[in-house]
Design a protein around this ligand. Structure first.
Ligand code: ZN
Length: 190
């Protein structure tokens, strides 16, 4: 579409007189006032849980399960493998068990699981068995991830429930928490 002569001359005048351009005023009083998408908000909570785990000497992974329809949080969990001496005490397993208890139903079709790290094969199996409706994770796990890295367990068409993971939400932040934890662990005297 070509510009009308009137419009063109107006633009010409503006470009010749930059001081005439309308000034944009940005408020700096509330820099974080923009609404945060629900998924990001949930990942921020999961990151908090991961940091709690890290403070206890656990590999920092956190998970949140919320009702997809209204965002009501049903359960939270973080990795407690060392504290509990329990090889299955991953963040996702704890959150899935607590969410099912809270709902009074083991079927989590109407729920979203948000976790800071790509689920392993055990947790991916639990996600399928619990029929989790939506799965969002942050950092990929090239050594043990079963939702895109080593395999795509939750997408296997032979299983009676499938969920396509949404990977990479705040992946940098989620990865940083893990990297920082292992960096401190390697530091002599830490
Ligand atoms: Zn796991």
């Amino acid at each position: 579409m070509s510009k009308s002569p009137c419009c063109a001359s107006f633009l010409n005048r503006l470009s010749c007189q930059p001081d005439r351009l309308p000034r944009l005023t940005l408020s700096v009083r509330q820099p974080y006032a923009l609404p945060v998408p629900l998924e990001t908000d949930m990942m921020l909570r999961a990151l908090d849980l991961a940091r709690q785990a890290g403070a206890l000497g656990e590999v920092p992974v956190g998970a949140v399960i919320y009702r997809s329809a209204d965002g009501a949080i049903l359960a939270e969990g973080f990795n407690r493998r060392e504290i509990d001496n329990d090889p299955i005490a991953h963040a996702e397993i704890a959150a899935i068990a607590a969410a099912a208890k809270s709902l009074g139903d083991w079927r989590l079709n109407d729920c979203t699981l948000v976790v800071t790290l790509e689920p392993c094969a055990m947790c991916a199996g639990a996600i399928v068995n619990a029929r989790v409706g939506r799965l969002i994770y942050g950092a990929s796990d090239p050594k043990a991830g079963a939702c895109g890295s080593l395999m795509r367990l939750t997408e296997d068409p032979r299983l009676n429930h499938r969920v396509i993971p949404e990977a990479g939400l705040m992946a940098a932040e989620c990865g940083d928490v893990l990297r920082e934890f292992f960096r401190k662990l390697r530091k002599p005297g830490a």
